[in-house]
Every structure is written in structure tokens, then in C-alpha cells.
Write a protein that binds this ligand. Structure first.
Ligand SMILES: [Zn+2]
Length: 656
């Protein structure tokens, strides 16, 4: 899969004339060259439903009078640029009023008709055959390098086709579980038929089905894709937290994957909107540092002229990716810590019938702590083997059944440690811990908020009673167990006739209770600190968690650095080249406007110290792509070096 891709949106209303009237092969090629692009996803069919080429299976856009798709493919291939082809699968606006009986319906039978926007089709209708013929036509007619199908996924649908299917099977359409289970079957049938149709013509051609998010814990959904495209536009609603989390999971699945951002200030469909080149440079550096390849979303003007400002912007980022590529491909992440994703746990316990989107606050909080704490980590599901990790984090709501308990006990018996918070570590069917954390679970606390008093000094603050806002839990420490954090309750909870001051009641210092404990399997902290960190961003949960991680990891921590909190550090093993690649990144997104994080300034950092534990004797340490040697020491199984200047992204290569 190529590293430097563009996803060239082209959703164009039939009310716009002159489609492609300014397209020229030379201008298209010169834009791709300016952007350092080596793969561009071009359109067979858009959300409005039109084809951008002569078609028998579809209808050519009424404002287009030539084969735009064919011309784009020819132009791109002539300069060695690949062309996966896009078809809007879930949306086809021109068919909405021709075949309303094919539309997906909500539980109230409704569709949104009175505001601008598309309508989604149900794949349990003749629409599926209509779509498959379009896919077959484009695969047969064009030299496409892959197929990208958009706006698809497991859906709940109450259209009359779906209702009839359930009634014919003697099942109750009022039962949402039946609707969910049918949705799973419909999606499986759709992906199977697409794969078969493609393979009949071009066996093995890459196919990706986009639903906007790679669902953690749903390997069966990822399995239908030949590779993964992680749609994650930081300014388009995903935020800067989503991609590192999604990438840290996707890289455990053993597939090629890319991170898809956009050139837009906001999101898809924005004409005339641009982010600062530094933002795109950072987003692409973050992709490659996470083990991903890159894709940048653009939308072409209806007249087919490629916007040169856009390709200048893309080129600023992709020129840097291009010169780094030799150190980026065929890598696996080096990770000490596995975060067992709450989203994956939810899907694991859903018996495969629930379309689960949420539950990710604790995942997001955990990943933010990992990045800010400079830990090497992956995000895993319940299927991932644990043996490559040293520490397993169970964030906030990871209850354990027999399979997970046995798996984790085997991990701790082999020397692994566990850090659990909140309700994590409890057996799924009882109020008892399934693991030895040196304490017994007594139930949810009657107080909120509570105060945690660490029995150690928090870095940069020291020792006092710190407010904890999230739900807390009562525990009783086992005899002789280490209790690193104690808890004080407020004098009383805040109610209408029982309150003190502006927010919440101060701590009653007359009594202390255990708030964390350490046992044979690891440590437990009795509050939902990862969710709290995701929502409140206060320093205390992070400092409590990172202290416990450092205690549990001890000398086993692979990488230490003085890179500050907002920096990102990863370590990739490029085994085919016998080298470790240490990525260091620094940029600081800030909030401007409401809900949009932007990056403008890049402030260089100096003298970043890094120590990497490795049993592989280093032969050379150098900065890439500069190819400049840097001084290092190798003592007691650890290589240490200093990066004199970090300007957005530095790559240190350790040849072994
Ligand atoms: Zn339906």
C-alpha cells in the first residue's frame, strides 16, 4: 500500500453544470506532483448517485460529457500514481425518490426529508443488486487499484423488507435484538457478495468498506477488508485524541492501515477551507510514527480543476513523508503496555449483536495518559495475546469472565502485571475481584466526589488530599497489603438543604479508608480515573495512574525520555532492516472557535534525552532522513542518546 494517498471527494449535485470542464491531464498530473502524491482515490459514483464515466449500470452525471474517471486513471497511472476507485455504497440520492422502498428506515418509519442531506439505503433490498452491478462495471472497465465503498456498516433497519424478513422467519420485529442480528447478517451478506463480484473479475483486488471508525473488538468486521483506512479528521469531529487510539488498536490486527485526515479547516465538503501546513505536517508525522500510511481528504471543484493551494499544502507534508519512507515500512510497534479497550470489552460481551459505537471515554483517557506519560503501548481486544506485554491496563469498566480471568492469570503467572481501576477486575457475575489486588471490593461509594491522599509525593505537587470527581468504590485491604493511596470522604454529599460553599463539601479528615492496593496480580485504584481524565483533563488522575504504572513496570520500562507532556514518542522495530526507529514529535493543538482544535505554531525543542532498553547491540545511531550520526552510549542493556533539536518530528534510527 502506498504511503502518500489523497482521497479526492467529488460529491456533485446534478444542478451544477460543466462537470470536469476544466479537467486537463497535465494539470491533474502537475497537482499530484506538487502534492508528492503516489495514490489518489477517484470517483466512479458519488453520494448524489451519479457516475463520472459512461455507464450502463448507473447514469453518467447530467453535467458531464466525457469519461472523467478514465481520464483521471490514465493521467495518474502515466506518472506512477495508483488509483483506487470510490463508490458511494450507502448513499445514492438520485434513487431516493425513484425507489423509496429501498431506503433504510428508522424505528418510527421516518426519513429525514426536510433538510439538505443524503438518505441511506438498506442492503436488504434490491438496491444491493443495483450497487453490485456498478461495482462489477467499474472493476471490469477500468484499471483500478482497489475499491473503496463508503457509508456502510452494521445497521439497525425497520424498512418493510427487513420487517418482512423477520416475520417470514417467525421472529418478532418489536425485539431490537432481532433487528440487530438481522443487521449483522445483512452486512455480512453485502460484504460477501461484493467480494465475490470483485473476485470474479479481478481476484484479490483490494476492497475497503468505510464506516468511519474501526470498531475495537470486532475483528470479524475488519476481516472483510483487505486493509484498513482510519477516517479521523482532527478538526472534523474526531479530535486529536481519536487517531492515536484507533491506530494503537489497528496496528495489532496485522493488516496494512492508513490514517485519513483532511486538508480542510473543518471537515468533508468544505470548499475554500484550509488548515495550516504545520497541522498537516504534524498529522502525517503522527500517522507514520504510529505505524500507519497516510491519506489526506480533498474535494475537487466540479469543473475538475485541481486546487493548487491544496496540493501545495499537501506537498508540504508529503515531501517529508517521502524522504522518511525507507524507515517507515514493515514495522511493528515495541510496546510495554497493553490497554484492554473498553469498547472491545463492550463488543465482547454483546454476543455480537450490538452495534457499539461508544464506551470509549476510558480508552481515550488511557491513551492520553500513555502519550503524555511517554509509555510504549498498544490498545488491544480480548483476542490479542498478552505475552509480548509487561503490563495490562484494565480501564474503568473491564469486568472479567472465565476466559479473560484465565488468560490474565496466565499472563501474571508469567511475570506480567495488571493495573485496574473502577469496576475493572471484578468478575462479570459477582461483586468479587477475579484477580489478586490485595483488597476486597465492597461496592460503590456513598460519596461523590471523594478525596484521594497518596502515600507518596505526586510529582510537581507533593502530598495532600486531592479531589476525585468520578465514581469511587469502597474496598477493604487484605492484611499486610500495600495501600499506596488512602481516601477521605466529604462531610456530606451536596444536596438542596445540606451543602457547603460553591461546589462540593470539603474532606472530613477524621477518618481514612483504603483507595488503592497492590497484590500478587497487580494494583487496583478505586475510582474511574481514565474516564475522569478523558472528561476533565485534571492533572491528578494522570499523576496517580502514572505513579502506579511506574511502580508496576519498575526496571522493565523500555523507554525513558525528558520529552514534555505534549510530545509523542513511539518505538518501531523494522526487523527486515535490523533497526529500531524512535519517533519523537512535538506540536501543541489549541482550541480556537468552538470545538475545533488547530495547530499553527511549531516550537522547536532542544536536547531531548532518550534511553532505550534493548538486548540488541547497537551498531550505529543516527538521525533520519538527515543521515547524521549522533553520539550514544550502550551500557547495561540500554542505549542512550540526545536529540539536539526536535523540530516537529525527529527520527532516531538504531541499527542493530
Ligand atoms: Zn432494511
Amino acid at each position: 500500500m502506498n504511503f502518500r494517498q489523497v482521497h479526492l471527494d467529488f460529491h456533485t449535485s446534478e444542478k451544477i453544470p460543466g462537470i470536469g470542464s476544466r479537467f486537463s491531464k497535465e494539470q491533474f498530473q502537475s497537482a499530484l506532483k506538487l502534492g508528492h502524491v503516489n495514490s489518489i482515490t477517484v470517483f466512479s459514483k458519488c453520494h448524489h448517485g451519479w457516475a463520472y464515466h459512461p455507464s450502463e449500470a448507473n447514469e453518467i452525471h447530467p453535467g458531464l460529457d466525457f469519461d472523467l474517471l478514465g481520464a483521471q486513471i490514465e493521467a495518474a497511472h502515466e506518472i506512477g500514481v495508483k488509483t483506487p476507485v470510490y463508490l458511494s455504497a450507502g448513499l445514492d440520492e438520485k434513487m431516493t425518490r425513484r425507489h423509496p422502498e429501498w431506503l433504510r428506515r428508522g424505528k418510527d418509519d421516518g426519513i429525514n426529508w426536510n433538510s439538505p442531506g443524503y438518505h441511506e439505503f438498506c442492503m436488504n433490498s434490491p438496491y444491493l443488486d443495483y450497487l453490485i452491478k456498478q461495482v462489477e462495471e467499474v472493476v471490469r472497465t477500468y484499471d483500478c487499484d482497489g475499491i473503496f465503498l463508503d457509508i456502510v456498516g452494521v445497521r439497525m433497519c425497520w424498512c418493510q423488507n427487513c420487517i418482512k424478513t423477520l416475520l417470514d422467519e417467525g421472529r418478532d420485529p418489536y425485539d431490537d435484538n432481532n433487528i440487530r442480528e438481522l443487521g449483522e447478517r445483512i452486512y455480512r451478506n453485502y460484504t460477501t457478495k461484493i467480494r465475490e463480484a470483485v473476485d470474479r473479475i479481478k481476484p484479490g483486488l483490494p476492497v475497503f468498506h468505510n464506516s468511519g471508525h474501526i470498531r475495537r473488538g470486532r475483528r470479524d468486521l475488519a476481516d472483510v477488508d483487505t486493509h484498513l483506512e482510519l477516517e479521523s479528521l482532527p478538526t472534523g469531529g474526531w479530535g486529536y485524541d481519536h487517531f492515536p487510539l484507533s491506530a494503537a488498536y489497528s496496528r495489532t490486527l496485522g493488516k496494512d492501515f492508513l490514517g485519513m485526515t483532511g486538508k480542510f479547516h473543518t471537515t468533508w465538503g468544505e470548499f475554500g477551507g484550509y488548515k495550516h501546513p504545520n497541522a498537516l505536517r504534524y498529522e502525517e508525522a503522527l500517522c507514520v510514527a504510529s505505524g500507519a500510511k497516510c491519506s489526506i481528504g480533498d474535494q475537487m471543484h466540479p469543473d475538475g480543476y485541481m486546487d493548487e493551494v491544496t496540493y501545495g499544502l499537501i506537498g508540504a507534508a508529503y515531501a517529508e513523508v517521502e524522504e522518511r519512507e525507507p524507515w517507515l515500512d514493515g514495522v511493528t510497534s515495541v510496546a510495554d503496555i497493553a490497554i484492554l479497550s473498553e469498547e472491545a470489552i463492550s463488543n465482547y460481551y454483546s454476543t455480537g449483536k450490538i452495534v457499539h459505537h461508544g464506551g470509549a471515554d476510558s480508552d481515550a483517557g488511557a491513551v492520553r495518559m500513555m502519550l503524555e506519560g511517554k509509555y510504549l503501548f498498544d490498545v488491544i481486544d480480548t483476542e490479542e495475546p498478552l505475552d509480548k506485554y509487561k503490563l495490562l491496563i484494565l480501564p474503568d469498566h473491564a469486568k472479567l469472565d472465565a476466559y479473560l480471568t484465565d488468560k490474565i492469570r496466565a499472563f501474571t503467572a508469567a511475570g506480567g502485571k495488571v493495573l485496574a481501576t473502577g469496576q475493572s477486575g471484578l468478575a462479570i457475575d459477582s461483586d468479587k475481584f477475579a484477580l489478586d489486588f490485595g483488597c476486597m471490593y465492597k461496592g460503590a461509594s456513598a460519596y461523590q466526589p471523594v478525596y484521594f491522599r497518596p502515600q507518596f509525593d505526586l510529582p510537581c505537587l507533593g502530598n495532600t488530599a486531592y479531589v476525585i470527581y468520578s465514581g469511587a468504590y469502597d474496598i477493604e485491604a487484605a492484611d499486610g497489603a500495600d495501600v499506596p493511596i488512602t481516601r477521605e470522604n466529604p462531610y456530606f454529599n451536596r444536596t438542596t438543604f445540606h451543602f457547603s460553599s460553591h461546589q462540593h463539601t470539603p474532606n472530613d479528615k477524621s477518618a481514612a479508608y483504603p483507595a488503592a492496593a497492590v497484590g500478587a496480580d497487580g494494583a487496583y485504584i478505586s475510582a474511574e480515573l481514565f474516564t475522569e481524565y478523558a472528561k476533565k483533563g485534571s492533572l491528578i488522575p494522570k499523576l496517580l495512574v502514572t505513579h502506579m504504572i511506574d511502580v508496576l513496570l519498575g526496571e522493565a520500562k523500555t523507554l525513558t525520555t525528558n520529552l514534555p507532556a505534549q510530545g509523542v514518542v513511539t518505538l518501531m522495530d523494522q526487523t527486515g532492516e535490523s533497526r529500531l526507529v524512535n519517533h519523537l514529535l512535538y506540536a501543541s493543538p489549541v482550541r480556537r472557535g468552538s470545538g475545533i482544535e488547530i495547530i499553527e505554531d511549531i516550537i522547536p525543542l532542544y536536547d531531548i534525552d532518550v534511553t532505550v532498553k534493548t538486548d540488541k547491540q547497537p551498531k550505529r545511531v543516527y538521525l533520519a532522513p538527515e543521515n547524521r550520526d549522533i553520539a550514544y552510549t550502550y551500557e547495561n542493556g540500554a542505549v542512550s542518546y540526545k536529540v539536539d533539536k526536535l523540530d516537529l518530528h525527529a527520527m532516531v534510527v538504531i541499527d542493530y
